[in-house]
Design a protein around this ligand. Sequence first.
Ligand code: IMP
Ligand code: MG
Length: 178
Amino acid sequence: MSTIEIKDKKFALSIPESEIQAAVRRVAEDINRDIADKNPLFICVLNGAFMFAGDLMKTINFPCEITFIKLASYDGLYTSGTVKEIIGLNESVVGRNVVVVEDIVDTGITMERILESLRAKGANSIRVATFLQKPDALQREITVDYVAMKIPNDFIVGYGLDYDGYGRNLKDIYTVIE
Ligand code: IMP
Ligand code: MG
């Protein structure tokens, strides 16, 4: 099995690129089917979702806009429970149909914050597309419309997700082993 080291941790390959790409394509095709006529605004949540958003958007085949917000909640391996807004939204979402594009829904605290904020800003409809979800870690009642892959409650890196800033560039997903 292929393993890597990042800082003080070892990680083992858990989801290869081919599976990731197939799962992302499935989500994009579902979105193409569902909202092609809704002139949506995609909102990519930086930093983690940059790779998912990049691949996803290549398969989206209707007119749409994409913009970016930046939040941070993780401190090393653990979610800190507080969500910091580092770059906010420039576009108006009043009356818009938005799709939040996230790397992972873990506890759901970050997504709850984003959804509250978009509702308060007057979005007409809000959908959530996440690359990964850890169903066993969910602590908030949020609806996730599109999930590429569900994973166990283990810490992972790769495909945009980091350990202490590193590992985002990996094209496969790795799970922490020690
Ligand atoms: P939540 O607020 O607990 O749902 O956490 C969401 C954020 O934590 C995600 O957007 C990720 O950036 C980060 N995160 C959650 N789980 C992991 C993981 O296993 N590896 C790296 N980052 C993670
Ligand atoms: Mg994130």
